[in-house]
Design a protein around this ligand. Sequence first.
Ligand code: COA
Length: 164
Amino acid sequence: MRISQCREEDVELLDQHMPSRSATSHHSARYARQREGRGTFLVAWRERVPVGSCEVRWEGCEAPEVRAAHPGCPEVNGLGVWPEILRSQGIGTALIREAERLAAQRECRAIGLGVEKNNPRAHALYQRLGYRPSLPYLDCWSYEDGAGVAHRVADACVFMVKRL
Ligand SMILES: CC(C)(COP(=O)(O)OP(=O)(O)OC[C@H]1O[C@@H](n2cnc3c(N)ncnc32)[C@H](O)[C@@H]1OP(=O)(O)O)[C@@H](O)C(=O)NCCC(=O)NCCS
């Protein structure tokens, strides 16, 4: 397994292999933020197939209350491993470790991530990796389905933080 920063030509492969709820590719949005220097879009590969990804958002979590509590704290966003059969093999951990390495390289003192309150397995994984719950917040986001209908979602989350 190899981890690399997303290149322009990878976006199409990610769209093919990794499901997106939205009709508009969230992979291209993540890649666009990387080009603007606002994020680093990490992709895990098995051979030439993308099997996981996450984005390090250098500006931090979008929720203002989280940013206020943790100024200058980058966020690991959108962590996922596909297909499901490849989960629990260390891919998610490797992506998080790489995000932490990049944050330490930038001399960030901490890194954080949001986890949905109804995702106890992911919460347990982050706890094992040294993340501690800091504050609850609502993760508000929207997507457009295949019929062009916009959906707004508000997920109840906890922001977890690890000192680097
Ligand atoms: C959470 C996730 C990214 C972890 O990646 P991974 O490669 O499976 O993680 P690792 O192999 O490094 O660690 C495995 C641990 O992840 C946790 N985990 C969380 N959700 C899981 C899932 N659906 N399947 C398997 N493991 C999961 C468990 O604690 C697991 O440990 P266990 O198998 O000993 O119980 C991955 O399981 C996933 O994509 N889940 C669905 C999407 C999701 O929940 N993303 C997190 C958003 S905060």
